[in-house]
Design a protein. Structure first.
Lengths: 197, 197
């Protein structure tokens, strides 16, 4: 029962991600902040819907697993806005690495290794699966902001170039999605939701 | 771009599941109600952690997909407490069937068929994958309630026999988990969190 108890402790620990709030606002729920657990659900499904646009072979099962676990480190490290200062982002990386060790470390050794490696692969965008997963994580806030008068972009005075840079993984990997995203970004500039820089 | 626009409409529609609230309370976030989107994330990961306890071969990728989509119908039909009256539950089934048609129907035909079939397979517990997925959906509230002084059980005066019946899929499918669950249920009775019936 020892392994099972470790696994159940991990599963219960996951509850805490529901209390980690992001910058995205949910138009569908009185414009409250989105939490990282429901966001992880949403991008896993987004990946499943859109993976056929990838021009290279994507293992959707691995991508879904990556997306389900990618934000778990935020239980200890908190969420950091995508467009924060570079020094803050570097400090955040250290916090997340320690968090991965502690939280995935609740699991039995074999699962700990599997999850830790999958998380590192995602973080470092080391494979096609990881790059596609990252692209999904980044495209969803764009879709949400476009339907919410610019959402977090407008509140934080974000520039077009920042959003283009952030969505760069789509360019080679899923050109049709990249085309769509580029057009949406132009539209956002026209609407005054992104700075034209 | 037509297919892509259909897919994006579906993806945006999913946001609404974050505003569908369940009976479970989240101890980790000031005891607020849990929503169905974050719940879906949690059970998908729970399935991934626990699927090796299944004594029959489970396709974990299919199970995760089922669990990610299984509550989407609640966007139209709302969440119904697991231990509601039988007549209410029957009425709920009709609402959910219509919801599946409308919401999955936002997708291009091929994906609509895939998702609709996967959802029906889950609903009717038609396969080992579906029964394992259902078992995961049902075991998590038990884990949560056991760590929250009985949680939704206590508030709704639920009996031991109801929780045993609800977790029945574990019995043949994952005996080690069933053993754990049975002991937890006995403990809950002893604590006064479940009626001894």
């Amino acid at each position: 029962m020892d392994e099972l108890n470790q696994q159940l402790d991990f599963i219960i620990e996951l509850d805490k991600l529901k209390g980690v709030y992001r910058q995205a606002l949910l138009k569908s729920d009185k414009n409250r902040y989105e939490n990282s657990a429901e966001h992880s659900w949403h991008i896993s499904l987004t990946a499943q819907i859109l993976h056929e646009y990838a021009v290279e072979k994507v293992n959707i099962s691995r991508v879904m697993s990556m997306l389900l676990i990618h934000d778990i480190v935020e239980i200890d490290a908190g969420d950091m806005f995508a467009f924060s200062d570079v020094t803050d982002l570097a400090e955040q990386e250290d916090k997340e690495l320690a968090a991965a060790r502690r939280i995935f470390g609740l699991l039995p050794e074999k699962q700990f290794q599997t999850f830790q490696l999958l998380w590192i692969e995602f973080e470092n965008a080391e494979s096609i699966d990881a790059r596609f997963a990252k692209a999904m994580d980044r495209v969803l806030p764009l879709l949400q902001n476009m339907r919410n008068e610019g959402g977090s972009w407008t509140r934080h005075d974000i520039a077009k170039s920042q959003v283009l840079e952030r969505n760069k993984y789509l360019k080679g990997l899923a050109p049709q999605l990249w085309l769509y995203v580029s057009k949406q970004i132009d539209l956002a500039v026209k609407q005054g939701w992104l700075r034209d820089e």
